[in-house]
Design a protein around this ligand. Structure first.
Ligand SMILES: [Mg+2]
Length: 412
């Protein structure tokens, strides 16, 4: 068996370019929520030495000077594009583990050829506009290393990172799961490259470090210790955001919390689960330490497990009223769904109504309509209409693939 790691190149920037070809060959960056930090850079932006994760305000003037194209994050677009890439991958190979929004591991037969993977890469580029790199190795750790090599090649595909000459040039801190702190400790033991870690004695590494790093050593030697993990339904679902501006009114907080709950409830239903408790929290801006600070959270146990947005919003509002204090300027709130279990095997309270069929049909109808006609076509009135607390995203591109009103326009 062989492992492959597929990684989308500069994913958020590539999503922007897929719908706006004028961005090709130009420096482009994408910012995090509220336009805070730089979270994706095109290779041209990397060449200008714009650092990953830097606060945007420190680089704003520089970006203007160098004509860097700047975008607010458009997670609706990125999420949808990710799904398109992943579904093409799964079509190619059913043994796929989606590892993050832009990465997936594949389990390949040893007969898989370079040409097949090149073709897959071409298909994904043609169907979605997203460039990808594929690294192949006999373990997941080696596939990750091979992927970094693939990124530097025009072909975008690299087989077998176990070749010693390559591991000798690969610095130890870049290995999957090692990180800067562990690397510093390894450097003290004269282990600077992937090759040196590969040559280390796994038993000694376990004694000095831990069993996870021991596995990394074995994986570098070519013995698979990590297998493909199928996606498990989540035991806890969180939805939280910072606000676009400070919020003080209870009514605004209620809208925001209801909206976050509606997002969480949809996730809950999509994994066919129900929750038995709700947690809500709110927080003032800890970075503005001259202002009075307050943060609190509350839980609300539900009498029966549910995935009905309306019940979950009522519970969330009850939590919010317990913890809300006037006069503070809040900058963040969030909800969490707890005690999640499959919807079919729930235990019901003798005195409460069961998760009735009518409720699940209403929710199913809302989800189906929103799936076909775009997110938030139907929403619960408690989520608010003007939503003045929404995050800032002044520079966001259009949501080309999920909103009818924002479809790309082609001129003939
Ligand atoms: Mg990537």
């Amino acid at each position: 068996m062989l492992f492959a790691l597929m990684d989308c190149n500069n994913f958020y920037v590539s999503c922007e370019r897929a719908f706006n070809p004028t961005l090709e060959k130009k420096p482009v960056i994408v910012l995090s929520n509220n336009d805070g930090c730089i979270i994706s850079r095109s290779s041209e932006a990397k060449q200008l030495s714009i650092p990953m994760g830097a606060p945007f305000y420190q680089w704003k003037a520089f970006c203007v000077k160098h004509q860097v194209q700047v975008f607010s994050s458009n997670y609706e677009l990125y999420g949808d594009m990710s799904q398109r890439v992943m579904s093409l991958l799964t079509e190619f190979n059913h043994n796929t583990e989606i590892y993050s929004i832009d990465e997936a591991f594949l389990l390949l037969s040893t007969k898989t050829s370079f040409d097949e993977l090149s073709k897959l890469r071409h298909t994904i580029k043609m169907c979605t506009g997203i460039p990808i790199s594929i690294g192949v190795g006999s373990t997941k750790t080696l596939a990750k290393i091979a992927n970094q090599m693939a990124k530097t090649l025009a072909s975008g595909v690299f087989f077998h990172a176990d070749q010693d000459d390559y591991l000798t040039r690969f610095s130890v801190d870049k290995i999957w799961g090692v990180g800067r702190r562990l690397a510093a400790k390894l450097n003290q033991l004269n282990i600077d490259t992937a090759q040196q870690l590969k040559d280390a004695d796994p038993e000694i590494i376990r004694l000095h470090f831990n069993v996870t790093l021991e596995k990394t050593v074995r994986e570098l030697k070519g013995t698979p210790c990590l297998t493909l993990e199928s996606t498990q339904p989540r035991k806890q679902i969180i939805s939280s955001r910072s606000f676009g501006k400070p919020v003080t009114a209870l009514s605004d907080l209620e809208e925001a919390v209801s909206h976050y709950m509606s997002i969480a409830a949809k996730k809950l239903r999509s994994q066919q689960s129900a929750a038995q408790a709700v947690y809500v929290f709110l927080q003032t801006n800890v970075f503005k330490d001259r202002l009075p600070q307050y943060g609190n959270g509350a839980t609300y146990p539900l009498s029966a497990p549910t995935s009905d947005t309306r019940d979950l919003i009522s519970a969330a509002k009850a939590c919010l009223r317990k913890i809300y204090r006037k006069t503070y300027q809040y900058n963040k709130a969030g909800v969490m769904l707890l005690d999640i279990a499959p919807a079919k095997t729930q235990q019901y309270d003798l005195l409460s109504p069961v998760l009735d069929d009518k409720s699940s049909r209403v929710m199913q109808t809302i989800d189906t309509i929103n799936h076909h006609l775009g997110k938030n076509t139907l929403f619960i009135a408690a989520e608010g209409i003007t939503r003045s607390w929404l995050i800032k995203s002044d520079k966001r591109s259009l949501r080309y693939t999920t909103r009818w009103g924002e479809l790309p326009i082609v001129f003939c």
